[in-house]
Each structure stands twice: as structure tokens, then as C-alpha cells.
Design a protein around this ligand. Structure first.
Ligand code: ADP
Ligand code: 5GP
Length: 243
């Protein structure tokens, strides 16, 4: 379903592996099925139960390098010895149709999207674990990885955590329900940013016509100037396209 009265958000979830990104992504999708997942391409092997095209697009390294060379990736990174990247094509389509798109990506990908033209439409959230002991427990209890892979993920966790301060929001994912509720609040608020509401300009114009029709004592200037500059882009600036 399209909803051109608003722009879609690029919602980025990052965290060290095991802190809860996939769990939260599933909860958000259950809350609002119109949220799209960005299906990343990766050169890593599928885990048991993972489906090509749903969890990831599983591709060979040559295919991946070619997609990057041809500019098909919005961002890409080398993580845990494999390449991962977010295909660009579905992203612009989703945001133009007023649909949000959720990215489960690492800090390198988040940084690349923040530095792109799409930053205006980006909401980035970092999940921290309540403790490193709990992070390890979650990785083990997930039952998806062998001891060597878990050790590798734990080894990289500090590198990921050290980028916590580059995000719009940081949540400690201790209590599941609380984290879920906070994420929903953050997304609900971000959808109301001026940058996400192109139709507001027309609404203000209608208010202006009505104001003039009613012959209110003071006639406003043709378009009321914003009292202060919006933090992210201007609602009157057309959106730039993804590169
Ligand atoms: P990530 O996608 O960040 O690697 P997951 O979402 O797969 O992490 O979560 C890792 C494990 O931790 C899963 O077994 C999940 O059920 C569990 N988990 C996630 N969030 C919480 C939480 N707040 N409390 C307890 N367990 C959690
Ligand atoms: P996993 O192998 O556990 O699915 O993912 C490993 C790490 O790669 C996670 O931190 C995940 O967020 C990250 N990741 C998954 N897809 C992408 C992607 O498209 N781009 C980037 N930059 N990171 C990704």
C-alpha cells in the first residue's frame, strides 16, 4: 500500500551480535507489517533455517564485488570475514511510497547511510546489552553458532560497541518488553519529523487560504517562514535520490 502523504524512514538497528537486533526487528514487523526489511546480500553461508531472499541474498564473492562496482549497494562492509551489503533499489522505492525500511546492519553500514543523501530520512538506533556476561549468554542460548563462531563474535563485540555514540538513540536491551515499547515510541515520533511529512506544506497552504477567506485581521506572508531551522533538512526541499 502506498502512502505518499509521508516519506518512509530508513530505520537502522545496530548492536554487537547477540544484543537483540533480530528479535526487535521481528517485534517491530509484527507491530506494523508495513515496515519492510532490507534484505542484505552476503557472501557468508546460510545458517540452518535461513532462506535465500528472506533472511539474506546469499551470493558468491565475485557477484558481490560486481554489485558493488556497479553501484548497486547503498552501503557495504566486511564483517566477521564476509561481505555484507544493502541493495539500493528497494530503498528509494519504499521511502517514496511512504513505507519504512528496517536495516539490521553494523556500524560501518550505518555510517555510510548517515553520510549519504538519505541521511534526512534516517533514524539510527544502537542496542547495548545489559552486560558482557549476558551478551555471551544470549549468543550461546541462541544455539545458532558453534563455540568458535561465538568466540569470534564476542571478540568483535567491543569494536561494535565502541561506535555507540554515532547513533540518534541508544537503548540498553535489558527487558524485552521495555525495549520494544521504546522502539515503537521512537519510530512513532520520527515518522512525525518535518522531513517525513511532505503533505504538511499543502496543509499549511490550505490554512493560509482559509485564513485569507475568513478575512482574519493580519494577513500572513505568502508562506510562513519556519521559526527555527529544522534539525534535519528542510521540509520544502525536494528529496534527493539515492546514489
Ligand atoms: P542479534 O540479532 O543482535 O544478533 P538476537 O535478536 O538474535 O541478536 O538475540 C540473541 C538472543 O538473545 C536470542 O536468543 C534472543 O531471543 C535473546 N534476546 C534478545 N533480546 C533479549 C532480552 N531483552 N532479554 C533476554 N533475551 C534476549
Ligand atoms: P550475521 O552474520 O550474524 O547475520 O550478521 C553479522 C553482522 O553483519 C551483524 O552485525 C549484522 O548487523 C551485520 N550486517 C548484516 N547485513 C549487513 C549489511 O547489509 N551491511 C552491513 N554493513 N552490515 C550487515
Amino acid at each position: 500500500m502506498t502512502n505518499p502523504s509521508r516519506r518512509g524512514l530508513l530505520i537502522i538497528l545496530s548492536s554487537p551480535s547477540g544484543a537483540g537486533k533480530s528479535t526487535m526487528a521481528r517485534a517491530l514487523r509484527a507491530w506494523d507489517p508495513t515496515i519492510n526489511f532490507s534484505v542484505s546480500a552476503t557472501t557468508r553461508a546460510p545458517r540452518p533455517g535461513e532462506e535465500d531472499g528472506t533472511d539474506y541474498r546469499f551470493v558468491g564473492e565475485e557477484h558481490f564485488r560486481q554489485a558493488v562496482a556497479e553501484g548497486e549497494m547503498l552501503e557495504h562492509a566486511h564483517v566477521f570475514g564476509n561481505f555484507y551489503g544493502s541493495p539500493k533499489a528497494p530503498v528509494q522505492a519504499a521511502i517514496d511510497q511512504g513505507q519504512d525500511i528496517l536495516f539490521d546492519i553494523d556500524w560501518q553500514g550505518a555510517q555510510q547511510i548517515r553520510n549519504s543523501d538519505l541521511n534526512t530520512h534516517t533514524l539510527s538506533i544502537f542496542l547495548l546489552p545489559p552486560s558482557i556476561t549476558e551478551l555471551k549468554r544470549r549468543l550461546e542460548s541462541r544455539g545458532q553458532d558453534d563455540a568458535e563462531t561465538i568466540a569470534k563474535r564476542m571478540g568483535k563485540s567491543w569494536d561494535e560497541i565502541s561506535h555507540w555514540d554515532g547513533y540518534d538513540f541508544v537503548l540498553v536491551n535489558d527487558d524485552l518488553d521495555q525495549t520494544e515499547a521504546r522502539l515503537k515510541s521512537i519510530i512513532t515520533a520520527a515518522r512525525l519529523r518535518l522531513s517525513q511529512q511532505p503533505a504538511i506544506k499543502d496543509h499549511v497552504r490550505r490554512l493560509q487560504s482559509e485564513f485569507e477567506d475568513l478575512k482574519c485581521p493580519s494577513t500572513p506572508s505568502p508562506m510562513p517562514a519556519p521559526r527555527s531551522l529544522p534539525r534535519r533538512g528542510s521540509p520544502l526541499t525536494p528529496m534527493s535520490s539515492a546514489r
